[in-house]
Design a binder for this molecule. Structure first.
Ligand code: ADP
Length: 514
């Protein structure tokens, strides 16, 4: 690419030091930083105070962890401590599983399905009523822009509860000719990228089918799961139907090992997913059911006949949505050779307009990286790309001095063997490659251990079907990207895991079908 003749924007505070091969993206004609800018529009968060300490939620009550140990939860945009979160050990996990079992045997498992549905509808409505509070907390705790938590996460959270509430008394129609029965206690372990949405994906279908739940949120994002616990109390959900144990990997491992759990649903890294599968494989006689939703390295394929401007928006949202903290992020872009130059030029222009900064500001496009550990991982993979010969192009946007930030980044001259083309980066980093024929695109797209999602951009419907049939990915978006709906199943092939969440498939994961 042509280097900018003008100098890069001068950071007001402190920017990430550009490395040697970093090429700043060309300065925009409309230079928001220097000439004019939107006035700051921060969402008011004063009305939603965060308690200095959060306990475990077991048997309908907030209780102290037996070992009286707590860990800090921090705001990744400021590095300020937000609160202390209880650290559950094996005994706390056992108490949560016992409470869930008692609720299953005594109340929930026996309750008429239409009554279970009423609770789920009530929870969905309270989530809608409290959605502003939940969105603000999700943003403060996790770093994602408020416009995403407010307009995408929270509406989807409520929609999942509504959707599965509707199925609760219609399970026999979901599986005609079969008799669906609940499983018992479901152990659910979720990651930090969509804390409430992942909780909704797992809790709503489990409860609709008559199971009870022990949920383990990720250690960096427990606050909204515990607010959800308050909502369960507000909805008068019987005690023990959902229990929430907070902690890190060891708490999750204790849940996986517990013999009273009938089903484990895990979303997280492929590495931990493999560990869980191994642990359960060793328990040959009473191993619980397992679904795994793991990493991804999605291909976004743009053909020459694609609507280019629409594709640019799809590529941008596909990789920079939620700072790229999305397992189905379109992190590998394959562009057909004839439009390579045009797409790169338009991408550079568009990336320059992305606003990085205060996640609570309604104008922010890219918020904070969720933790310093994740930031380190992103930096080291981008560095490896540079060392292996890729060109790193980054915006010269200002980054706040405090907090964890990474500018929207594009890697060009990437070859398929580079680590950045093979490994999940889980950050706002796009690797761009080219192809000549549809066959080459398919082969390159499938050349990864993962198989979670993909995108295809073309004017021709027949090409979409031809290519989609050959892509080994669980979710394929055509002329769009990162579109979610509670009615459509989601899940992967190969090292992206097995089992589906969402839709009827998501119900099947929580039933025995006799
Ligand atoms: P990420 O790399 O995205 O942080 P992880 O797979 O490490 O993903 O974490 C996803 C979830 O799994 C988190 O709730 C985490 O605490 C939990 N976890 C981590 N290690 C283990 C383990 N050995 N057993 C069970 N759960 C775990």
């Amino acid at each position: 690419m042509k280097r900018s003749s003008k100098s890069a924007l001068k950071p007001a505070v402190k920017a990430v030091a550009p490395s040697r091969a970093v090429v700043p993206l060309r300065e925009r004609r409309l230079n928001f930083g220097d000439k004019w800018d939107y006035a700051p529009a921060p969402e008011d968060h004063k009305g939603y105070p965060i308690a200095p300490r959060h306990e475990l939620f077991i048997d309908g009550k907030f209780v102290k962890p037996r070992a009286r140990r707590y860990f800090d939860s921090i705001n990744p945009a400021t590095e300020e401590k937000l609160t202390e979160i209880a650290l559950a050990d094996e005994r706390d996990v056992a108490a949560a599983v016992a409470a869930a079992r008692k609720a299953y045997d005594g109340v929930w498992g026996k309750m008429p399905a239409r009554e279970r549905g009423k609770y789920l509808f009530r929870i969905a409505r309270i989530i809608q009523e409290r959605s502003r509070e939940l969105a603000v907390l999700e943003t403060i705790d996790g770093g994602k822009p408020i416009k995403e938590s407010r307009d995408i996460d929270l509406p989807l959270v409520a929609a999942h509860f509504f959707y599965y509430a509707g199925w609760a008394d219609k399970l026999k129609y979901a599986f005609p000719g079969r008799t669906p029965r609940s499983l018992g206690v479901a152990g659910q372990i979720i990651p930090w990228n969509f804390p409430l949405l992942m909780a909704a994906w797992k809790i709503a279908p489990a409860l609709a089918c008559g199971n009870t739940v022990v949920l383990k949120p990720a250690e960096t994002t427990s606050i909204t799961a515990l607010r959800l616990a308050e909502i369960f109390q507000q909805a008068d959900l019987p005690p023990g139907v959902v229990n929430i144990v907070t902690g890190a990997g060891e708490t999750g491992a204790a849940l996986v090992r517990h013999p009273g759990v009938a089903k484990i649903a895990f979303t997280g890294s492929t590495e931990v997913g493999k560990l869980i599968a191994k642990t359960l494989a060793e328990r040959s006689n009473n191993a619980p059911r397992l679904t795994l939703e793991l990493g991804g390295k999605a291909a976004n394929i743009v053909f020459e006949d694609a609507p280019i401007d629409q594709a640019i928006e799809g590529i941008i949202s596909g990789i920079y949505f939620n700072q790229g903290h999305v397992c189905c992020a379109g992190s590998r872009l394959f562009v057909q050779e004839g439009i390579h130059k045009t797409v790169l030029r338009k991408l550079r222009d568009r990336i320059q307009t992305l606003r990085v900064g205060n996640p609570l500001d309604k104008n922010t496009d890219i918020g904070a990286i969720n933790s310093s550990a994740q930031l380190k991982k992103i930096r080291s993979l981008v560095k490896s790309g540079e060392e292996q010969g890729a060109v790193v192009e980054q915006t010269s946007c200002r980054l706040p001095a405090k907090g964890y930030w990474f500018p929207p980044t594009m890697l060009t001259r990437v070859s398929p063997s580079h680590r950045v083309a093979q490994e999940e980066i889980f950050g706002p980093v796009l690797s761009v490659m080219t192809f000549r024929t549809p066959e080459e695109a398919i082969e390159r797209a499938n050349n990864t251990p993962y198989g979670l999602s993909a995108g295809v951009w073309t004017d021709k419907g027949s090409k979409i079907f031809k290519v989609a049939q050959k892509l080994r990915a669980g979710v394929i978006w055509a002329n769009c990207y990162n579109k979610f709906d509670p009615a459509s199943p989601f899940g992967g092939y190969k090292e992206s895991g097995f089992g589906r969440e969402g839709g009827l498939h998501g119900l099947a994961a929580y039933c025995r079908l006799d």
